[in-house]
Design a protein around this ligand. Structure first.
Ligand code: HOZ
Length: 429
């Protein structure tokens, strides 16, 4: 497979863009390759500038749950864009998207739209601090909540991929108020909250940014209970998992109601949309109703709102979550079967997200993810890429499925995984 045009573009990009990419996770640096530059994406496939076609498990890092370039969504975007692409004033579409999300997630009384997942979690943290009049926040190692100062501590995603323990540029004083616990360690949380001075616990209810790591039985329930006992707000960060682990997210899957939830990715259908939503009495603390300030010129942008709204309408109408699960069921069972017969591989999946870990047992926290065989992951990534499958280029990331992925597509993944296992001599004797 030749990738000369990508290589040339990357060389050019390096001269004018730091690291040649606009987000570190796109660099294939940790797997020892150059990034591919993309020409177009359709359905379950993505095409690079050299004309190579890949079955896509990155799906723009989650949003493309309908597959790429859905025609109905495109038509809607075009119709809306023809009336103007930004007003800086309220438009009917943001009300419609708010109502749509509320109808799908009944625990949300009010929702504020922003432009990214980072903005959503930043707003949620400020709101929690303003509402509780407490400064400290608690997050979990390996969870990634975007790149704002307060939460870029022991973070997953690119921060873990590139082994960056703490980022220059974030003042010591800022992170003094950020407490961290290992994922699934409820005792650590109880200890941290006992002085009743923590504003909020923010958690990915299923972690996706250290690969898919599941909450152990009782963990989320325990968080809810200890938060209630100590007056701490519980924030579910659903930027990655929203609409992907269940059609009603963590609320639907675990029957636990957070005080606030943050969204991104699927909610914008591929356009820059984030959101924070939750209980009325907390949400009304946001300006102009309340004293906590948050703003954005492009927030609620009509084209982005139209894209998110149409995506969610199709998602609901076509029972997209269930459709994906119908196809994924056998695939997950087959991958589990392969893992049970091999050494050095394990598998975690929840809903439409999965990660294959190069470690004997599926990890339950960041310490365990850090024990994976990263060289083997790099070889796996390259092997799959050379055979026409694009995976996220890091062990610390989740793979995503769309409604366009077919049984045959997933069989190709299984076939290649089986070949890789043989090649690496991983079969159990
Ligand atoms: N949050 C995304 C997956 N971990 C990555 C987005 C990015 O950093 O570009």
């Amino acid at each position: 497979m030749r990738r000369d045009k990508s290589k040339n573009l990357f060389e050019k990009a390096l001269k004018s863009i730091p690291g040649g990419v606009d987000s570190p996770v796109r660099a294939f640096k940790s797997v020892g390759l150059n990034p591919i530059f993309i020409e177009k994406a359709e359905g379950q496939f993505i095409y690079d500038v050299d004309g190579n076609k890949y079955l896509d498990f990155v799906l723009t890092w989650g949003p493309a749950i309908l597959g790429h370039s859905n025609e109905e969504v495109f038509r809607e975007i075009k119709l809306v864009a023809e009336k103007g692409i930004s007003f800086g004033m309220p438009s009917p579409l943001e009300v419609q998207l708010a109502e749509k999300v509320k109808s799908m997630l009944p625990y949300i009384d009010k929702i504020r739209f922003v432009n990214s997942g980072t903005e959503a979690t930043m707003t949620a943290i400020r709101l929690a601090r303003g509402y509780t009049k407490r400064d400290k926040v608690l997050k979990f190692n390996g969870c990634y909540h975007g790149h704002h100062d307060a939460l870029l501590v022991q973070a997953g995603s690119g921060v873990a991929t590139f082994g960056i323990p703490s980022t220059p540029g974030i003042p010591e004083d800022t992170v003094k108020t950020t407490l961290t616990c290992e994922y699934n360690d409820l005792d650590c949380v109880k200890e941290a909250l006992k002085n009743k001075d923590v504003a909020c616990v923010i958690v990915e209810p299923v972690a996706g940014n250290m690969g898919v790591v599941k909450p152990e039985e009782g963990f989320l329930e325990g968080l809810r209970k200890v938060c209630d006992e100590t007056g701490t707000l519980l924030i579910f960060d659903e930027v990655m998992v929203g609409f992907r682990i269940h059609s009603q997210g963590a609320y639907g899957l675990f029957n636990i109601t957070p005080d606030l939830a943050t969204f991104g990715k699927v909610i914008g259908g591929g356009m820059p949309v984030g959101a924070v939503g939750g209980k009325k009495e907390i949400m009304d603390y946001l300006a102009p109703e309340g004293p906590v300030y948050q703003a954005g010129t492009l927030s609620g942008n009509p084209v982005a709102m139209a894209c998110g709204l149409k995506t969610l309408e199709i998602y609901e109408r076509d029972n997209v979550f269930q459709e994906i699960m119908n196809i994924a069921k056998d695939f997950y069972a087959e991958v589990e079967e392969i893992c049970s017969k091999t050494k050095g591989i394990s598998f975690n999946y929840v809903g439409t997200m999965f990660t294959l870990f190069f470690r004997d047992r599926a990890p339950k926290n960041l310490t365990e993810v850090n024990q994976c065989d990263f060289d083997r992951f790099s070889r796996f990534f390259k092997f799959m890429l050379d055979n026409g499958i694009l995976l996220p280029p890091s062990q610390y990331e989740a793979n995503f499925l769309s409604v366009k992925h077919t049984k045959a597509d997933l069989e190709l993944y299984i076939k290649l995984l089986t070949e890789f296992v043989k090649k690496e001599g991983l079969e159990e004797a």
